[in-house]
Ligand binder design. Sequence first.
Ligand code: ASP
Length: 363
Amino acid sequence: MRSDQSFDATTAATPAIRTGPRMRFGAALAAAAFIAAACTPGTGTGAGTGVASAAGSGAAAGGYPERTINMVVPFAAGGPTDTVTRLVAEPMSQTLGQQIVIQNVAGAGGTLAAGQVAAAEPDGYTVLMHHIGMSTAPTLYDDLPYDPLEDFKMIGLVTEVPMTIIGAPDFEPDTMEELVAHVEENGDSVNYANAGIGAASQLCGLLFMSATDTTVTEVSYDGTGPAITDLLGGHVDFLCDQTTNTTEQIRAGEVKAYAITTPERNDALPDVPTTTEAGLPDLSVTVWHGLYVPGDTPDAIVQELSAALQAALTEQNVIDSFADLGTEPVAADQATPEAHRIKLESEIARWRPIIEAAGVSAD
Ligand code: ASP
């Protein structure tokens, strides 16, 4: 479930990792216990998948941080959450004056990693980058081993990313209208790839089925990285995922681009029509990301991390990289613990009735 390849995040491309189908939640919890131990600082067994190196603006006030920080990504490498993490980890590392090691702990739609971080030492050395799944998991999972609002402190929001509905190169439909007609005709013989129960791609699939009154067969992966690899290979028919990891393939013509899930077109992908243009305004979703630490982490550390995040989001190369991938950093006042908490609370309330009405559950 976890990649152990180390490399320098400043020079290496993110590796795509092939994984098996979705793990059962019970097995995921057992693995979470194991990984929590493996990643506890000081055990010496928590090798990461990438390193954001600090060139040294010096340690922050109060002595923190004095050593490497682990930043946990709850999905496989080579996907959108991984991409966003790597883009902000490097400048945060510079500000904090310490390396940030990126660890991909994939499984159970992101809840495996969140459970691990909730149980980690609250010392500021284990940080979680998560997305909208933090707000859908409490409804999807009856036995979630953590409470998103109680067991974490929020550092700040990072970015809010549109999604794109894309198809395998040889998948028959060429347009969104043709895709809907194809699914209506072929029903659940059409395969839809997602990153597990609680993943943004699962949520988008849910909205697709609800908006079109159809049912597709969902195929789950541990992240968008492996899902897109299988889409490119024609092993699944279509998926819906963040522009951060579909823009390149769309521009290169490697996949069929059906629609972007925002009311307005996106400057990074001006030729891709919106779901609203295709007559499906309810199929509208963006994926917000935020940083978390365990709930008992001292406020002074939370503030240090939040300040480093705010600084990272004003770096021109971060702004440019985000823009090239169809998104932008949040405004400075959103990269704060307060704004993040408000967002999480409102998103939990927003998605609960939608998920309950759809009758979807991970159990
Ligand atoms: N985009 C994925 C999702 O569906 C996760 C990832 O790989 O970032 O939630």
